[in-house]
Design a protein around this ligand. Sequence first.
Ligand code: PGA
Length: 264
Amino acid sequence: MRPIIIAANWKMNTTPSDAGPLASAIAAATATDDVVRVICPPYVCLAPVRDALAGTGIAVGAQDVHPLAAGAYTGEISAGMLTGLATWCIVGHSERRRDQHETDELVGRKLARCLESGLRPIWCVGEQLDEREAGRAEAVVREQVERGLVAGGMANGEWAGSVVIAYEPVWAIGTGRTARGADAAAMADAIRSALEANGWTRDAAATVPVLYGGSVTAASIGEFLAEPAIDGALVGGASLKPDEMAGIVARAATTAAARRAAAG
Ligand code: PGA
């Protein structure tokens, strides 16, 4: 059975002084063993968030990592620097693809760096609005998966137990507009089939959690968790609000219990 995962992407919000208290408030509002919870603050807030979350069961993630181990790359952060601060890492977020011009090839190299370094990657994929309207959404996402696998040397399923994929339609991020649950589920199936088409066994592909991301709130999470193909959410704006996180994680815990019961 795949875990249910709720990951918070704080983006460029919070400071080293207010991040710890916010993380503590979220921990208090979301206590459960049934849901894998991850908070991804800005780099400079990793240490206070780690300290605030000690003993809560919530993991800490970074929002990005450099593909190389070290070198003359001003302003960049390597996987090694994250040791002791983060155990997860978002890779290939659409805002970085848009603003830092990250390609699928670069995203694949970052994935490989995460996996070699023991960071659990949340690999973001998703189509633009014009691509969905042209009926190309699945083809675009399948291509993102294939190119990332090839660039990361991951086309053999070796990392099946570590990789998490977040399907985030770009037009749904920060817009208040969500995908339909059924469309997100169809995309989760397409993502697992793209893994199979690129060297993974059916069993390996079936172990990969696929999250939905894009304007998830306590009110909208249910539609996605009602889909057996969807295993949780990557939450942006609402993840800065403890009340919203409480509702999202409570719904996720209900789903986890129901799936466990159904699996016998
Ligand atoms: P949002 O962001 O929930 O604010 O739409 C999601 C994301 O970018 O991961």
